[in-house]
Design a protein around this ligand. Structure first.
Ligand code: ZN
Length: 447
């Protein structure tokens, strides 16, 4: 079974011992303006593009010393469009984006530091943000606040606060993004600070300190920024390290219901019921730790295809195209077709397969048991005599009662509350990851 490969990878990567994958956080540092675009010109003729670049290079050095991966949008006096800057960040799977600027204003008395970020509470109709940035509002705000706090504390300049903004570089990306306005070139005192090498070093230290407060260097969460602080963060990140879970454009979306197609895709990645023409599981990313690297004994699909319990009466195995609601254009068509043909995935009485319907907790448990515990193993694991149902809301004659009880006994699935399983409730993407992570973690610790 394919999960043996995952176990090997899980152990080889040290995921069992570490709560979170130790991987350097990656920061994109963007020095504003450059080339033929000088930015603001200061009271002493100081050019914003030069000040920005110097602070950005100092920030690069400090962050690198702290253990971050740093990507510079520019490290010399060249012009880059705003889109190029965001695209550089987008191609990097970075954790966050920090643009460094200096301010300018008509009133020369105006001074101090401020930090811009996109806030979906203040959208601007003419400048719509990317969906990812809308969803990342809380992360961008938190990053902005931490950087501003540290900056003001270390540099000692006036605090002009956070500024919700729709400037391109903070509204169009896909990771938490801020723009730091370090000081005002139009103010004599601020401009003197910006002209001072030591002050520019302090400014870089302030920005670096805020970044560190938001995201320590060893805690990359690049895969799924919307998981930070979520109860399932560690489970999802472990599975992400193994390549078993994938994010959506908006992150991982841990609290969204998992669809039947998504659940089958996750089970396929974990257990590999899809076959290539030779009957071998498709090659996986963990091949390097999969000793012989060749196809193991072909998995007997029939093991899994025992009379399938189902929410509806089982329909004889058919291809996905035999269901009324599965288009060959569906993103998971091939997968659904194999799952349906092998008898793994059942349709409903009305001839539908409902791939985009949330998978219920009972359906999820039943499908998981079929793949994780084929018949033979099920009998070893489960003395039928005391198959007492652990959940008060799952009766002994419920169609999925045996599967739910098995998973609970193995310690792989929890109720939604003590003695309550909520079998008809949709399985969230966080719960899905937790189930698979518990399965792999326990198997890895036993082996
Ligand atoms: Zn600027």
């Amino acid at each position: 079974m394919r999960y043996k490969q995952w176990l090997a990878a899980f152990i080889a990567m040290g995921l069992l011992a570490s709560s979170s994958a130790a991987q350097a956080a990656k920061v994109v540092v963007d020095a504003g303006h450059g080339g033929y675009d000088p930015g603001a010109i200061g009271v002493y003729g100081l050019r914003e593009k030069d000040v920005n670049l110097d602070i950005a290079l100092k920030l690069q050095k400090i962050l690198t010393e702290k253990g971050y991966d740093v990507v510079m949008t520019r490290d010399s006096d060249i012009y880059l469009s705003l889109k190029e800057r965001v695209d550089i960040a987008g191609g990097q799977q970075a954790d966050l984006f920090v643009s460094v600027h200096a301010n300018s204003y008509g009133n020369p008395n105006t001074r101090g530091a401020m930090v811009l970020y996109y806030d979906d509470a203040y959208p601007q109709a003419d400048y719509p943000a990317s969906e990812a940035m809308k969803a990342l509002t809380p992360e961008s705000r938190e990053l902005a606040q931490k950087v501003l706090d540290k900056f003001v504390q270390i540099v000692g300049v006036e605090n002009r606060g956070l500024l919700p903004s729709s400037v391109y570089v903070v509204r169009m990306g896909s990771i938490p993004s801020i723009l730091v306005e370090t000081a005002f070139l139009s103010n004599p005192e601020d401009s003197a600070l910006l002209a001072d090498e030591e002050q520019r070093t302090l400014m870089a230290e302030g920005i670096a300190g805020g970044i560190e407060a938001y995201l320590p260097p060893g805690q990359a969460a690049a895969l799924f920024p919307d998981l930070r602080g979520h109860w399932a963060q560690e489970a999802v990140e472990r599975l992400g390290e193994l390549g078993l879970v994938q994010g959506t454009g908006a992150g991982y979306e841990p609290d969204r219901a998992m669809t039947r197609a998504e659940w089958m895709a996750l089970l396929e990645r974990a257990f590999g019921f899809a076959r290539d023409e030779a009957g071998c599981p498709e090659p996986s990313v963990s091949q390097a730790v999969y000793e012989d690297g060749v196809c193991e004994e072909p998995q007997n699909i029939a093991d899994h295809a025992e009379a399938a319990p189902s929410a509806a009466d089982a329909i004889p195995p058919a291809g996905a195209a035999d269901y009324t609601d599965v288009s060959p254009d569906h993103w998971a068509f091939e997968l659904l077709d194999q799952a349906a043909r092998s008898g793994m995935l059942d349709g409903y009485e009305d001839g539908t397969l409902r791939p985009d319907q949330p998978v219920s907790r009972a359906e999820a448990a039943s499908l998981f048991r079929r793949l994780a515990l084929p018949e033979a193993e099920k009998q070893e694991t489960a003395p039928a005599a005391d198959m007492r149902q652990p959940f008060a809301d799952v009766s002994a004659d419920y169609w999925a009662a045996a599967d739910i009880a098995l998973l609970e006994r193995a310690g792989w699935i929890d109720g939604v509350a003590p003695s309550r399983f909520a079998p008809d409730k949709p399985l969230t993407r966080a719960e899905a990851a937790s189930l698979l992570d518990k399965f792999i973690s326990r198997r890895a610790s036993e082996s």
